[in-house]
Structures are given as C-alpha cells and as structure tokens.
Design a protein around this ligand. Structure first.
Ligand SMILES: Nc1ncnc2c1ncn2[C@@H]1O[C@H](COP(=O)(O)OP(=O)(O)OP(=O)(O)O)[C@@H](O)[C@H]1O
Length: 241
C-alpha cells in the first residue's frame, strides 16, 4: 500500500438549520485502502459520504478527494470516483449489457471502450450467459456485483459503496467482498459503509461515527484492543450502542 492520501478532510461539517448532521470530522484514507465507515442509523454516514462525493456542499471545513477540493471542485471529484448507493442505480428494465453501455456512455467512454468494458465485466462476473437478460430477472447478489462493476466502468480512483450488500445472505456477501479485495489489489481505494460487523473485520481501517462525530478510527485489531472487545460487534456496541 502506497502512502498517498486519496481522501483527506479536516473539520468537515454539514449543518441542517441548527442541527449538525456531520460535526467537524477529520480523517484521511490512503490509496488502495479498504476503509470502513460505520455508525448507527442517523449517525451521519450518508450525509458525510454525499459531501465526499461532491453531491452536497459542506457547511464548513475543508478537504480533498482524489486530489480535488470538496468545496470548489465537486464536478472534478465526480469524474474520478465511483458510487454505488443503497438503492443501487441499475435500470431493472434494461438488460445487463444495456446497463453497462448506458453507464459507459454517461461516463464519457468511447464506443470501442464501452465494448471492451462490457465483455470484460461480463467475463469477470461470469455473466456472459445472462448479458441479454433484463436486470430485473437477476438474483439480488448478482445485481449487487453488477452494480459494483458498473460503478467502476470509468476506472475511478476511489469507489464509494453505501451499504452495498444489504438483504443478501453471508455467503453472497462474502463473494461481494472478494470483488472488493480484487478492486483494492488493483490499487482502487474502497470507502464502504455497512451495518454488518463481520464486514467491518474485512476492512483495513474502520471509523465509527456517533451523532455526527468520528468517535474511533483504527484497524479492526487495534479497535478491539483499545475497547477490550472480542469482536467488532462488541466495539460497535460499546461506542454506538
Ligand atoms: N436534508 C436533510 N435535512 C435535515 N436533516 C437531514 C437531512 N439529511 C439528513 N438529515 C438528518 O441528519 C442525520 C444523519 O442522517 P444520515 O442519513 O447521514 O445518517 P446515516 O448515518 O447515513 O443513517 P442510515 O444508516 O440510516 O443511512 C439524521 O438525523 C437525518 O435525519
């Protein structure tokens, strides 16, 4: 892992009226890192992620994502990142191939690049046989893997995953995590929110957000040691209750 900071923020804050949904968070993420972003419901994860992905303007604070300023260069940031939301954005009424082509087009890939990417993704995901099927007909786990691949169609430096594995069983989640590891091995940085504490164990480092603030940030092993806990589940319960 090289020591490049691909995300670096200082005192980043988002205020809705008098309420600070994100309250002066400061942290960095290194290139190729799998960074877990944890917190109970309503802790402020999605709000923070929206600021990091250029979808929402911070109320105060500063920082860079992929080398661009979160306050002034949100459009540049969007070009350099991938994003997979909780309700991932595949079109159910389009086929697998059509979805890949559509997003390739959105990200400005040439026709040729789109064709190459399409066969690459279908092959990597073992989806060649269902390329012409409607996304609607695929099992949820396949859709999640496809959405992840599509979020990287433009070779982004950082991929933001917002609870990417909701609703599928542990086996299917493990397969998804294999895909995450593969992407990280290629030097891609992964920023992932999850409610599953076994997934937190798979991350290089984990931050835990409580009421808009980052209350802890370290490797899973160090967090367990610091909080005298057997598992990340216990760490999370001690902090976020
Ligand atoms: N546009 C908004 N206006 C006012 N309050 C908001 C807005 N967006 C979010 N909030 C509030 O900010 C807080 C943090 O919400 P956020 O969605 O970031 O939490 P979260 O950690 O992502 O939760 P979850 O895990 O449920 O997605 C919540 O109390 C929410 O009600």
């Amino acid at each position: 892992m090289r020591n490049d900071k691909v995300i670096q923020v200082e005192a980043l804050t988002k205020q809705f009226g008098d309420f600070k949904a994100v309250d002066h968070i400061s942290f960095h993420v290194e290139k190729g890192e799998i960074f877990g972003f944890l917190g109970a419901n309503g802790a402020g994860k999605t709000t923070a992620m929206r600021m990091l992905t250029g979808l929402s303007k911070p109320s105060s604070g500063k920082g860079t994502v992929a080398g661009f300023d979160v306050l002034k260069e949100s459009e540049r940031i969007k070009e350099r990142i991938g994003y997979m939301s909780q309700k991932f954005s595949l079109y159910e009424d389009l086929t697998v191939k059509e979805n890949i082509r559509f997003y390739g087009g959105i990200y400005g890939l040439s026709k040729n690049q789109i064709e190459i990417k399409t066969s690459q993704i279908l092959q990597e995901l073992n989806l060649s046989e269902v390329g012409s099927k409607l996304v609607r007909s695929l099992p949820l786990g396949w859709k999640q893997r496809l959405a992840f691949a599509v979020s990287m169609v433009h070779d982004p430096e950082i991929v933001f995953l917002d609870e990417p594995t909701g609703g599928v069983d542990p086996n299917v989640r493990r397969q998804f995590w294999e895909a995450i590891y593969q992407a990280a091995e290629l030097g891609r940085t992964i920023f992932v929110t999850t409610h599953y504490m076994d997934e937190a164990e798979y991350c290089d480092r984990v931050s835990i957000m409580v009421s808009g603030k980052i209350e802890a940030l370290d490797t899973p092993d160090n967090l367990k040691e610091t909080f005298k806990a057997e598992s990340m589940d216990e760490v999370f319960l001690k902090l976020a209750r």
